[in-house]
Design a protein around this ligand. Structure first.
Ligand SMILES: [Zn+2]
Length: 393
């Protein structure tokens, strides 16, 4: 009897996707992070949501388990992932509140709420950056599959931004995650930071075109896939998580097992793993570590200015300064001599001297900061990258 009852309950839970009784303005139960870093289920308003079936919003669209052929993905842009919403979370109506019937629906609803919150915070932190919210909106891919000649695979343990695609991925959670990455506001802020890097640095830089086999001319666009630039992109994303969420340990809530302090920005925090350019092997996360050195320097410059981490107005003003300096880097790199000439457009392998690119980027970043920040930026970046940047005493 007990077994039969359990089956009936499961059958009831699986039947029906969206209670048609739900109507706008919508409310849903989602997982939110409280100021003391607890994750709790809370009923929130979703004022921009226009419906659950499918889930739709003027600037955010959801793709239901899309399947991509990797061989067709070598070249992509925003249009590659753009599609009308076709994802419907499985929710039931509990007193007018949409309550998820399964984990995937809870993850998607929570991610949606957190993305919207981060978008609103980004308007303050970054100001009126063109395409901060792109004209075409964002696509959110719910548990996408990527197939290649080797077979099909579902990604695990990640949330991601597809640069140039104006799309975010929410992947199935894994047992490594204490809090699913897609429900962690800091991780989503980090992913949004990649979008800001895309509309600042990459937009000014120009991404390399794999079909362009012409040799030369000079960077920087050709090196967007080089470890150095990928690293600085990660560092910028971590600084964005600080800007939007006052986060200094972006993975700590979600994957404590993997958080060994190598990406901790604040040296005052327990477990902080210190390293510099020459000792970056201590930091295991390859190109991420280059970005962490940059992000730690940027964080210390902020603290050194006397501003408090919890002062959102000061954080926002500082973030705008940093984003402006980063947006100006490609133009300054172009003027810099000494580049090797790539044999074709995306031939970043021909860049033998990664250190040259790292120094060029750091020099160009410092050159874009206001003079008031110059002495501390010089000091913090010189200490971590172990050289004297151009224009520094
Ligand atoms: Zn990232």
């Amino acid at each position: 009897m007990v077994k039969t009852h359990a089956l009936v309950v499961i059958a009831a839970a699986l039947g029906g996707c969206v209670d048609t009784s739900l109507s706008g303005p919508f409310q849903a139960e989602v997982l939110v992070r409280t100021p003391d870093r607890q994750y709790v289920l809370q009923t929130v308003a979703l004022p921009d949501l226009t419906g659950f079936d499918p889930m739709s919003d003027p600037v955010v669209r959801f793709s239901d388990h899309p399947n991509f052929d990797e061989s067709e993905l070598e070249e992509y842009d925003a249009s590659s992932f753009a599609a009308p919403s076709d994802y419907s979370p499985r929710v039931r109506d509990v007193g007018g509140v949409a309550v998820a019937r399964d984990l995937e629906s809870l993850l998607t609803l929570s991610a949606y709420y957190s993305f919207k919150d981060n978008f609103a915070r980004a308007q303050d932190a970054f100001g009126a950056l063109p395409q901060l919210i792109p004209d075409g909106g964002f696509q959110i891919l719910v548990e996408p599959k990527f197939s290649s000649e080797l077979g099909s695979q579902e990604l695990g343990t990640n949330a991601a931004y597809i640069s140039g695609g104006q799309a975010f991925l929410l992947v199935q959670m894994s047992s490594l995650e204490r809090i699913p990455l897609g429900m962690n506001p800091s991780v989503l802020a980090h992913e949004f930071g990649h979008h800001v890097f895309h509309i600042t640095y990459e937009a000014a830089d120009g991404l390399c075109d794999p079909d362009d086999n012409a040799p030369g001319p000079t960077p920087p666009g050709r090196f967007s896939s080089a470890d150095a630039i990928r690293g600085f992109n990660e560092g910028f994303a971590d600084i964005t998580a600080f800007a939007l969420q006052q986060e200094t340990r972006v993975l700590a809530d979600s994957i404590p097992a993997l958080d060994n302090g190598e990406r901790t920005l604040d040296m005052r925090e327990p477990g902080y793993l210190a390293f510099s350019w020459s000792t970056r092997d201590r930091c295991g996360d390859s190109f991420y570590c280059i970005g962490t050195l940059w992000a730690r320097a940027v964080f210390e410059v902020y603290i050194g200015s006397g501003a408090r981490p919890d002062d959102v107005t000061a954080r926002s003003a500082y973030t705008r300064t940093i984003a402006t300096a980063v947006a100006g880097i490609p133009g300054r790199l172009r003027q810099r001599g000494g580049w090797v000439t790539p044999t074709k457009a995306c031939d970043f392998a021909s860049l033998d001297d990664e250190l040259f690119l790292v120094h060029a980027y750091v020099d160009a970043f410092i050159a874009g900061l206001p003079v008031t920040l110059n002495p501390s930026a010089c000091r913090e970046l010189a200490a971590r990258f172990e050289y004297t940047p151009a224009g520094c005493p």
